[in-house]
Design a protein around this ligand. Structure first.
Ligand code: PEP
Ligand code: MG
Length: 562
């Protein structure tokens, strides 16, 4: 029995076989560099190419079933790239002309083809470089003897996914039915990967470091995502202990279900709104089932990731409209695409940044790419005719950004009105308060915004200078830090003075131990992962606003961590 310790970021437990993702890269490197038998190498490449296409076809089907058609597109593109005549002729040339072994010929051909795509200067082509590199790695993995698919296996048995790291896009693609849990060497509690795991209700442990070894692939293991432990070959006692924790957890969740239909009123009579955060239609559904008061944060950027073309106005309109209608008049706050940093959209091209979290992300990117911004705003405006829709802008630091975004919105409203397209003329326009600059100047911003939504995840990372994706900064990244709490209080006070609502939509809103303090500071709305709506309803109902929060506890671990 071996115990590997990490951070539990999405509570739950699982027992099953480990599937280690990303093994193919190593096995691909194990093949020889040159060859004396080019014909044999060409045959090996041809067979591996065919196997890769079959794997990709299967992944396309899986992705379509679990995350929708658009998410499946990248696997379609990869199939086309594997069979691309230029790519194949390059591989042939490398094998026959330069005496390379198949795997090296593939890698070199992919590099050359990738450069060619980049030189076109066309975003649609250059964004395919990543797909090309993935496809090449897949072929190399097969050539290196990894005949099996290294992605999420198709076998009907679900498994525990282990990996060095998972990107937010990869996490969004996980098939919930086949993923018992995931465990990664890297990652942190406030990364988008962890946030998605909580939304999808997949038990997850991150930040195990190097003790998570590929050799555990195929081993039976137990995941204790209450205390952050992965146990390889667990004994009966460990299984019993984890099962007991799971039983208690499920019992608590069951008890919370009795709160469905109950009001969010504090012990001293204050009414609070509890909404949910969502990234897709499934999250909206879960939010409705958990009796959320609406969607306080729709992370629209996930519609832009891991796909072959940008989502058009019609596609976005349908998604927003369906969500608005599903909520039957309850609020739907659509955040304009907060792309950049770890939420990568290859289709946007642009320069590689040294510090993407401090780079062109959120509103900065949208104001640069007004073509994309305008398409999204038109879709949001059109959807506003079908429900209680608001729009908000991410990563604002200055008033001019808000003014410029609003002026684009105004222009689009005029266009729609001229075209007699229905929309809500008074659609509320809010901003995320997630940079220190926005919090500190919230009195000024409040004059131009209809509401605030405090993004404590980014606010914490920027205030505490602690990269939210860096697993080595555990303990440095607490939203309970005095500095963050003071800025929340300051922002809420400014919102109150201007008479606008103030929501908290970062993960801190789901920290039941500070619920009373957040309300006391003026947060009338909390937006939390769908699975936490009832937990926070319970915390609200027990909250006594007259009691003050004890700042000495600021580094105490979060509810979802232990
Ligand atoms: C935040 O920063 O707190 C937030 C809600 O936005 P995201 O986590 O998507 O960056
Ligand atoms: Mg943010």
């Amino acid at each position: 029995m071996i115990t590997i310790v990490g951070k539990a970021v999405s509570r739950g437990a699982a027992f099953g076989k480990i599937r280690f993702l990303g093994k193919q890269e190593n096995s691909g490197q194990a093949v020889s560099v040159g060859t004396d038998d080019p014909c044999a190498e060409w045959d090996r490449f041809s067979a591996a190419g065919k196997a890769a296409v079959l794997q990709l076809k299967r992944l396309e089907e899986q992705a379509a079933a679990s995350a929708g058609k658009s998410a499946a597109e990248m696997f379609q593109v990869q199939q086309a790239l594997v069979c691309d005549p230029y790519f194949c002729s390059q591989v042939k040339d490398n094998i026959f002309g330069h005496g390379m072994a198949a795997a090296n010929a593939v890698t070199a051909a992919a590099e050359a083809f990738g450069q060619l795509l980049a030189q076109t200067g066309d975003d649609r082509f250059s964004s395919r470089r990543e797909d090309l590199s993935d496809a090449a790695k897949r072929i190399c993995g097969i050539l290196g003897g990894n005949a099996e698919d290294s992605d999420i296996p198709e076998e009907t048995d679900a498994c525990i996914i282990c990996a060095d790291d998972l990107s937010p896009a990869q996490t969004a693609l996980l098939d919930k039915k086949k993923t018992l849990a995931f465990v990664t060497r890297k990652g942190s509690a406030y990364s988008h990967t962890a946030i998605l795991a909580r939304s999808m209700e997949i038990p997850a442990i991150v930040g195990t470091g190097g003790s998570l070894l590929e050799k555990y692939d195929g081993c039976f293991a137990a995941v204790d995502a209450f205390d952050g432990r992965l146990i390889i070959s667990p004994d009966g006692i460990s299984i019993g202990v984890i099962n007991e924790k799971l039983r208690e957890h499920l019992e608590r969740k069951q008890l919370e279900r009795a709160l469905i239909g109950k009001e969010n009123i504090t012990a001293d009579g204050r009414r609070i709104e509890i909404l949910a955060n969502a990234a897709c239609a499934e999250d909206v559904e879960l939010a409705v089932r958990n009796d959320a008061g609406g969607i306080g944060l729709f992370r629209s950027e996930f519609l832009f990731m891991e796909r072959d073309s940008l989502p058009g106005e019609e596609e976005q309109f349908c998604i927003y409209k369906e969500a608005a209608q599903r909520l039957c008049g309850k609020p739907l706050v659509i955040r304009a695409a907060d792309l950049g940093a770890d939420k990568v959209c290859g289709l946007l091209g642009g320069e590689q940044e040294e510090n993407p979290a401090l780079g062109k992300r959120g509103i900065r990117l949208l104001l640069e790419r007004t073509d994309i911004f305008a398409v999204q705003l038109r879709a949001v405006l059109r959807a506003s005719a079908y429900g209680n829709v608001s729009v908000m802008f991410p990563m604002v630091t200055s008033l001019w950004e808000l003014k410029r975004a609003k002026s684009l919105l105004f222009q689009l409203k005029e266009e729609l009105a001229a075209q007699r397209v229905p929309f809500d003329k008074n659609i509320p326009v809010g901003i995320m308060i997630e940079t220190p600059a926005a919090a500190i100047t919230s009195d000024i911003l409040a004059q131009q915004a209809d509401f605030f939504s405090i993004g404590t995840n980014d606010l914490t990372q920027y205030v505490l200078a602690a990269d939210r994706s860096n697993h080595r900064l555990d303990g440095y990244d607490s939203g309970r830090h005095k500095a963050v709490m003071r800025l929340i209080g300051f922002t809420a006070e400014n919102a109150k003075k201007s008479g606008i609502p103030c929501c908290i939509c970062g993960e801190l809103a789901a920290d039941g131990e500070v619920t009373a303090e957040l309300i006391r500071m003026g947060a009338g709305r909390l937006s939390v992962p769908p699975a936490d709506v009832l937990t926070i309803r319970k915390a609200v109902r027990e909250a006594n606003i007259t009691e003050r929060y004890d700042y000495k506890n600021e580094n105490k671990t979060y509810r979802f961590r232990s």
